[in-house]
Design a protein around this ligand. Structure first.
Ligand code: SF4
Length: 70
Protein backbone atom coordinates (compact mmCIF):
# COMPACT_ATOMS: atom_id res chain seq x y z
CA UNK A 1 0.00 0.00 0.00
CA UNK A 2 1.25 3.46 -0.81
CA UNK A 3 0.79 6.58 1.24
CA UNK A 4 1.10 10.26 0.49
CA UNK A 5 3.04 12.47 2.85
CA UNK A 6 3.81 16.15 3.18
CA UNK A 7 7.45 17.11 3.03
CA UNK A 8 8.72 20.52 4.17
CA UNK A 9 11.93 22.03 2.86
CA UNK A 10 12.89 23.87 6.03
CA UNK A 11 15.61 25.79 4.23
CA UNK A 12 13.01 27.35 1.93
CA UNK A 13 10.19 27.93 4.40
CA UNK A 14 9.96 31.58 5.38
CA UNK A 15 7.26 31.06 7.99
CA UNK A 16 4.79 33.47 6.48
CA UNK A 17 2.01 30.97 6.99
CA UNK A 18 0.02 30.97 3.78
CA UNK A 19 -0.29 27.21 4.19
CA UNK A 20 -1.76 27.80 7.64
CA UNK A 21 -4.38 30.16 6.27
CA UNK A 22 -5.39 27.57 3.64
CA UNK A 23 -5.42 24.58 5.99
CA UNK A 24 -5.12 25.67 9.64
CA UNK A 25 -6.00 22.27 11.05
CA UNK A 26 -2.85 20.84 9.49
CA UNK A 27 -0.31 23.66 9.34
CA UNK A 28 0.61 25.91 12.27
CA UNK A 29 3.21 28.67 12.32
CA UNK A 30 4.42 29.85 15.71
CA UNK A 31 5.43 33.39 16.68
CA UNK A 32 9.00 32.71 15.57
CA UNK A 33 7.96 31.55 12.11
CA UNK A 34 8.48 27.89 12.92
CA UNK A 35 6.17 25.61 10.98
CA UNK A 36 4.53 22.57 12.54
CA UNK A 37 2.76 20.05 10.35
CA UNK A 38 0.25 18.34 12.59
CA UNK A 39 -0.17 15.30 10.40
CA UNK A 40 2.20 14.58 7.54
CA UNK A 41 0.19 11.65 6.25
CA UNK A 42 -2.41 12.59 3.66
CA UNK A 43 -5.54 10.48 3.35
CA UNK A 44 -7.04 10.17 -0.12
CA UNK A 45 -10.06 12.27 0.84
CA UNK A 46 -7.82 15.11 2.06
CA UNK A 47 -5.54 15.16 -0.93
CA UNK A 48 -7.25 17.99 -2.85
CA UNK A 49 -7.17 20.29 0.19
CA UNK A 50 -3.54 19.52 0.91
CA UNK A 51 -2.57 20.01 -2.73
CA UNK A 52 -4.14 23.46 -2.59
CA UNK A 53 -2.05 24.33 0.48
CA UNK A 54 1.09 22.98 -1.20
CA UNK A 55 0.43 25.12 -4.29
CA UNK A 56 -0.24 28.18 -2.12
CA UNK A 57 3.25 28.24 -0.63
CA UNK A 58 5.08 31.20 -2.19
CA UNK A 59 8.47 29.71 -1.31
CA UNK A 60 7.75 26.30 -2.87
CA UNK A 61 8.73 24.76 0.44
CA UNK A 62 6.03 22.11 0.44
CA UNK A 63 5.71 19.01 -1.65
CA UNK A 64 3.88 15.73 -1.61
CA UNK A 65 5.69 12.45 -1.75
CA UNK A 66 4.22 9.06 -2.41
CA UNK A 67 5.84 5.96 -1.02
CA UNK A 68 5.26 2.70 0.73
CA UNK A 69 3.19 3.02 3.89
CA UNK A 70 5.19 2.39 7.03
S1 SF4 B 1 3.39 28.81 3.08
FE1 SF4 B 1 5.37 27.87 2.64
S2 SF4 B 1 6.88 29.34 3.35
FE2 SF4 B 1 4.91 29.88 4.30
S3 SF4 B 1 4.91 28.82 6.29
FE3 SF4 B 1 3.90 27.49 4.81
S4 SF4 B 1 5.56 26.16 4.07
FE4 SF4 B 1 6.53 27.89 5.02
Amino acid sequence: MTSTRIEVDRARCTGIGICESVLPERFEVDDNGGLTVHDETVAAEDRDDVEEAVRSCPAAALRLTTGEAR
